[in-house]
Design a protein around this ligand. Structure first.
Ligand code: PRX
Length: 651
């Protein structure tokens, strides 16, 4: 894989262009570039128009109140997210249309029509209410990719409770911290989940995680049955199945929510050890999600849409649940691993359900490349008409492979740049309108004002790079960081007042296309998952044997970046392979398998500047085998020599 500098070199020489195929353009939702001009002329009017695609209980008359860094959108309107994603379809012509086609890893499947989904959501809302959940309360959800996950989220939305979904790959400790921060009173989990034929012991993690938190009730979905025997705590644990069976079958009335009421929290990593609870609103978020499916994903009523993300991440929230369902689309949801039972599982699913739109991450595409095209070729996938990519910069080689082998040379690719904080895709082509270049997310979507700034906050000329920025507020922007508004203001609006700073570096080419270069802060991106180096460092120094730790993201062929940890040990402790494995296990226990260091390097001293700052860049250069740059600021130059030696031994 490439460093940011290598990436830039490649991008600057990338000459391939892919205009939207005529057959695609002719059927696209957006085929007139007028939408870009209209949105640029008056972004607020554009968004107000888009907002009318939702059903409002009380229509808004106000569009935007912008008091940087705080925005309020459509703020005198009221609506309900569950009504917009389920009920309005259920009580209309989409009543018997498939809303969710779910495929379990072992091969079981379930189809929920909009009407069936609606009934499940109503029952679940009754259940939550009976457990004492009220409007504004937080409910933490720690579930595998089963239908009960969107059902639980939508039940919260119906009541007006705030959901906080925690990815099932996080450890008990990570879950514990997120429950505490959100101050949740109910946790929804499962006995376990399937992953490559093994059981992920969610209930056991949950039992540990709720100790010492305000959680009063744990609602337990049965997924793996006897395969995961976890103790039952009477009075606290409630069986999802039994509670659903006992719940009234009557419709649950939607809570009328103000557009600015919080729909959900979703934790993400930042530059400190403490994860941030990103706060999303009901109205603006839903407008962003809904619009995005119609613009970037060209969604139509007869599409079968498959996004491979886990709902535990923002991609799943927006592009499995709120976006497609608000459009009344049919969504395919898959529980397990792409190589279970074999490496053709995604393509088997595409063939089985006739998937038309497929959305995945570059790390998956690079994995498919490694496996070879024969797995794709095993199946008829010619129903596909549009492909998407998200989560990290896509290298042109992976883009081309995706185009040729999955897109069969005919499907447009939408490379979508966005973040947990932005709620929906911000820089991405409209597939019927924009000529794509492999490796570029192209240009901001209509209604979004993105640019590249220099250090002084000036827009850089075409052909140069700098900080990616968003210069105007947009409906689905985060509203704040949960219970830390000061951190919100500082992190995102601290550098350029009134301007949103995502934390990515970017290059603007001669056609004003944007090329994302990657993070410019201490955040790394492993297989499309965002991990703070500080989080991993704190997990390491928490171990009794460790004195100091410095964590960097090293370029990795498949994962994009891999975690390398440089560790110094306390006096008298020997650096052994056992200790190395123990430290890896320790990180997994503290955070989850997604944060497991790929390599741990024991060293005598960390390279530091004279002012005591760890020189991460230098560590990265060493780990990636590059010639070292200027090391004159180094307090003790001999550290570098011993590090290089150490690293040589490793390879
Ligand atoms: O660095 C960018 C990268 O992922 C970060 C956001 O991570 P997260 O909040 O976990 O959301 C991921 C899914 C939206 C960004 O700051 N990123 C995401 N999409 C792209 C990307 N980098 C380059 N190209 C993309 N398409």
């Amino acid at each position: 894989m490439m460093t940011q500098a290598d990436r830039l070199d490649t991008l600057l020489t990338e000459e391939r262009r892919f205009a939207p195929p005529e057959s695609f353009r002719n059927q696209a939702n957006y085929r007139d570039p007028e939408v870009y001009e209209r949105a640029a002329r008056d972004p607020e009017a554009y968004w107000a128009e888009e907002a009318k695609n939702l059903d409002w209980f009380r229509p808004f008359t106000k569009i935007l109140d912008w008091n940087p860094p705080h925005a309020r959108w459509f703020y005198d309107g009221t609506l309900n997210a569950a009504y917009n994603t389920v009920d309005r379809h259920r009580f209309g012509p989409r009543k018997n249309k498939a809303a969710i086609i779910w495929e379990g890893e072992p091969g079981d499947s379930r189809v929920l029509t909009y009407d069936m989904l609606g009934r499940e959501v109503d029952r679940a809302a009754h259940v939550l209410k009976s457990l004492g959940v009220q409007k504004g309360d937080r409910v933490t959800i720690y579930l595998p990719m089963v239908p009960e996950l969107p059902i639980a989220m939508l039940a919260c939305a119906k009541i007006g409770a705030i959901h906080s979904v925690v990815f099932g790959g996080f450890s008990a400790r990570a879950l514990h911290e997120r429950i505490l921060d959100a101050d949740a009173k109910v946790l929804i989990t499962a006995d376990g989940g399937w992953r490559r034929g093994n059981v992920v012991p969610l209930k056991r993690n949950a039992d540990e995680a709720v100790q010492g938190t305000p959680v009063e009730k744990v609602l337990v979905v049965e997924r793996v049955g006897a395969a995961a025997a976890a103790p039952w705590t009477p009075g606290r644990d409630v069986s999802w199945r039994e509670a659903m069976a006992a719940a009234p079958a009557t419709p649950f009335p939607c809570e009328e929510m103000n557009a600015e009421d919080i729909l959900f929290l979703l934790y993400t990593s930042g530059t400190t050890g403490k994860p941030k609870g990103i706060v999303h609103s009901t109205g603006g978020y839903l407008v962003g999600a809904n619009t995005s499916l119609r613009t970037v994903f060209d969604i139509k009523d007869d599409d079968v849409y498959f996004c491979t993300a886990d709902i535990g991440w923002i991609t799943g929230h927006t592009y499995i649940v709120y976006g497609p369902l608000s459009c009344g689309a049919t969504v395919v949801m898959y529980e397990g691993a792409p190589d279970w039972p074999d490496r053709d599982r995604y393509w088997q699913i595409v063939e089985k359900y006739g998937v038309t739109i497929f959305y995945t991450a570059p790390t998956s595409i690079r994995t498919f490349m490694k496996w070879g095209p024969e797995y794709v070729q095993r199946h008829r996938i010619d129903t596909l008409r549009l492909l998407g990519s998200v989560g990290e910069p896509i290298n042109p080689e992976a883009w081309m492979w995706y185009h040729e082998h999955v897109g069969q040379g005919r499907c447009p690719i939408v490379d979508t740049w966005w973040q947990t904080e932005t709620g929906c895709a911000m820089i991405a082509p409209l597939p019927g309108l924009v000529t794509t270049k492999p490796g570029s997310a192209t240009r901001p979507v209509p209604g979004i004002s993105a640019d590249v700034f220099d250090e002084e906050g000036q827009s850089v000329p075409a052909g140069s790079g700098g900080y990616l920025v968003i210069t105007r507020p947009w409906p689905s922007m985060l509203r704040t960081i949960w219970r830390d508004d000061e951190r919100f203001a500082r992190t995102y609006f601290g550098k350029f007042p009134g301007i949103y700073l995502p934390g990515d570096g970017a290059h603007k080419d001669e056609d004003n296309y944007i090329w994302i270069l990657g993070r410019i802060d201490d955040v790394i991106n492993v297989s499309g998952h965002r991990i703070g180096t500080m989080e991993v460092e704190s997990a390491l120094v928490d171990h009794h044997a460790v004195a100091e730790a410095a964590v960097i993201g090293r370029s990795h062929e498949v994962k994009g970046q891999a975690i390398t940890a440089f560790v110094t040990l306390k006096e008298g402790i020997a650096a052994t392979d056992e200790l190395m494995n123990e430290l890896k296990r320790h990180v997994v226990e503290k955070i989850g398998a997604l944060a497991r260091p790929e390599e741990i390097i024991f060293i005598a001293d960390l390279p530091k500047t004279r002012s005591g700052k760890i020189m991460r860049r230098l560590l990265r250069d060493i780990a990636e085998g590059r010639v070292l740059g200027d090391t004159s600021t180094l307090a003790d130059p001999s550290v570098v020599e011993s590090l290089k030696e150490m690293y040589k031994d490793k390879e």
